[in-house]
Design a protein around this ligand. Structure first.
Ligand code: ADP
Length: 607
């Protein structure tokens, strides 16, 4: 099964026709479903034979939560269901238990919720729970607005090969083994499962597992812990990013800013080379295709400067060309590594950890950030934390034909604000860029033409506008055949001449649609209003926290600190809040109260 699944994933799709692509996707889908059934049957026989053992390990339960949430969100999206996920910050990150079984149990219940819900939403929460005897549990709470379970069927729910309401559910694939296995696993692990359901309304499943705190030093799997790379405060770390598409620069800056590095940007290889000559950088990201001088040339030129610094400077290629062979090209030109675009936060974090000097960085966790901007989990969008305005803006975006804002926001690490910035930028520089494309087309300057359409391919794919990205890709491919002087050169020229106006029309109409949303209404005035609202909320929370500190009340302080951590005001304030929360977390209330006073003064908040 692994070979079938693995090889079908590896099979290149570029040269397949639509029917072949369709078959290949069916092979992938069906083989995964078959693997699921085989695994269930194997597990079940193992339990029946009394051979199932619990293998507890120290593991990162946040990573486990992220993984289940992103997987199920993906399936829910396919059914146009709303999917909400929330992980409570007081749940310890490293716990001790049978990670694999726990994942299997929770995944099964969340998957069922998605499977048996046709419309509405599925919500998945992971919380810490303490019972009346003070015993602590990990509680997975899964709620759906699905078909529900009849009262008389409740007793059959955990029986083996039991499927309920088979008439209605015959189109939904399943074996009726999932919950039987779930129940047995939970019994072995001292856990429990509880169900409340109303037929035709929905169900709530509660899975409880004993909470045993784990030891971070004993985590077995390398890299599983969501260790987030931060710039050390006492050393300045300078990073240069070169990319000709301003939107890509915004994206890269958005990601790197979360890591708190100093970032410079430029738009082509010539500028990058000059900047490296003038300033000492610790890391350089070079886009591959740029006008004037591309990334590989720039890298060769930097290496040719011949100083120790220029020879050892880590240089990483940024490229949307993830084809095999691209990596070799970059390495040959003297680059150290390669990151594909759209940037994946996890991949970026890995590269930062690998290539930045160890004395410049420190590792932290992403406890504070429930939107998971930090791990950059592509699909972790925590809508629960969005404001009313943000939700309605997101709904407006969802209404734009062809745009998948969910995917776009996920590409920006779940950060709606960054996504909005990127969209705004796209609307702002479109006129100028479109004019350039037209000029290059008229002058038959295919070199620059292909660089610009290539940039659009990337940008459109980042924001979740697949159709436009694909159109841009076609134009880029055509312009490359012209540049490569292939026999099909003439048809390439014809294609570009014919299709460019359509592409530009489509992208302008996309812009018009964007402008009809509240993207532009979110102008300075509303930003100011919003900042005011954020400030007054912050002020209120600060005084509540101060009260809790003065009264030495850890539980109140913990609650308010939890709320404060979710606010983003500006970098400085956020940093202050982080420090205050660190102090309250370690019960240093007097110091926290002092810091609150300082922050209040800095924000000019009157008491
Ligand atoms: P299956 O492979 O059929 O999904 P499970 O053992 O996981 O098997 O579930 C057993 C039966 O319980 C399902 O066939 C379905 O009828 C019912 N069921 C499970 N979860 C839900 C849910 N969230 N809402 C409604 N019915 C559910």
């Amino acid at each position: 099964m692994n070979a079938i699944i693995g090889l079908s994933e590896l099979m290149p799709q570029e040269n397949l026709n639509d029917l072949q692509k369709h078959y290949l996707n069916d092979i992938k889908r069906v083989s995964k479903a078959l693997l699921g059934i085989i695994n269930n049957i194997l597990d079940f026989s193992k339990i029946e034979a009394g051979k199932m053992e619990v293998v507890p390990v120290h593991y990162d339960v946040y990573a486990l939560f992220d993984e289940i949430a992103s997987m199920c969100r993906f399936i829910a999206q396919g059914k146009e269901l709303k999917f909400e996920s929330y992980r409570s910050p007081d749940l310890p990150q490293i716990v001790f238990g049978d990670e694999i079984r726990i994942k299997q149990v929770i995944t099964n219940v969340v998957n069922n919720a998605v499977k048996y819900t046709r419309e509405g939403y599925v919500s998945f929460k992971m919380l810490k729970e303490t019972n009346e005897n003070g015993k602590e549990f990990i509680l997975a709470l899964i709620e759906d607005t699905g078909i529900g379970i009849r009262q008389e069927d409740m007793s059959k729910l955990f029986g083996s090969f039991q499927r309920l309401n088979t008439n209605k559910n015959r189109r939904i694939s399943g074996t009726g083994l999932g919950l039987a296995i779930t129940k047995q696993f939970l019994d072995i692990m001292d856990g429990e499962i509880e169900v409340e359901s109303e037929y035709k309304k929905g169900s709530i499943f509660k899975v409880r597992l004993p909470l045993i705190e784990g030891d971070p030093d004993k985590i077995e799997k390398e890299g599983v812990i969501s260790n987030f790379v931060y710039a050390r405060k006492d050393v300045t770390t300078n990073i240069l990013v070169a990319d000709d598409a301003s939107v890509n620069l915004t994206v890269a800056k958005g990601y790197l800013a979360a890591h708190k590095f100093e970032i410079d940007t430029c738009e082509n290889g010539v500028q990058a080379l000059n900047m490296v000559k003038q300033k000492k950088y610790d890391l350089v990201f070079l886009d591959h295709m740029m006008p004037e001088m591309d990334g590989t040339e720039a890298c060769k030129n930097i290496r040719a400067l011949g100083t120790e610094y220029s020879k050892n400077l880590p240089i990483i290629a940024l490229s949307a060309n993830a084809v095999s062979g691209a990596r070799d090209l970059f390495i040959e030109s003297g680059m150290n590594d390669f990151i594909s675009k759209p940037i994946d936060g996890v991949e970026l974090n890995r590269a930062l950890a690998k290539w930045l000097p160890k004395e410049n960085i420190e590792f932290g966790d992403n406890k504070e950030n429930t939107t998971d901007k930090h791990t950059g989990d592509r699909t972790a969008i925590n809508e629960i934390l969005w404001t009313h305005d943000e939700r309605s803006f997101f709904r407006e975006l969802s209404g734009i034909d062809g745009l998948d804002p969910q995917e776009g926001v996920a590409h920006l690490g779940g950060n709606l604000k960054e996504y909005t910035k990127v969209l705004r930028q796209l609307t702002e520089d479109l006129d100028e860029k479109a004019q350039k494309i037209k000029t290059y087309l008229e002058k038959e300057d295919w070199e620059n033409y292909s660089i610009l359409v290539h940039a659009y391919k990337g940008v459109c794919s980042i924001i979740g506008e697949k159709a436009l990205s694909e159109q841009a890709l076609k134009l880029e491919t055509a312009s490359k055949t012209i540049l490569d002087k292939k026999q099909t050169k003439n048809s390439g020229i014809n294609f570009c001449k014919q299709e460019t106006p359509t592409f530009l029309r489509n992208i302008f109409s996309f812009r018009d649609n964007l402008l009809k949303t509240s993207l532009t209404a979110k102008d300075e005035k509303s930003e100011i209003e919003k900042t005011k609202a954020e400030l007054s909320f912050t002020a209120e929370k600060l005084s509540q926290l101060e009260k809790a500190c003065n009264a030495f009340s850890p539980s109140d302080a913990n609650t308010v600190a939890g709320e404060l951590k979710k606010i983003t005001v500006d970098d400085k304030t956020d940093e202050y809040i982080k420090e205050i929360c660190k102090l309250t977390d370690s019960f240093r209330f007097a110091e926290a109260a002092e810091k609150i006073k300082e922050l209040r003064a800095a924000l000019k908040i009157e008491v």
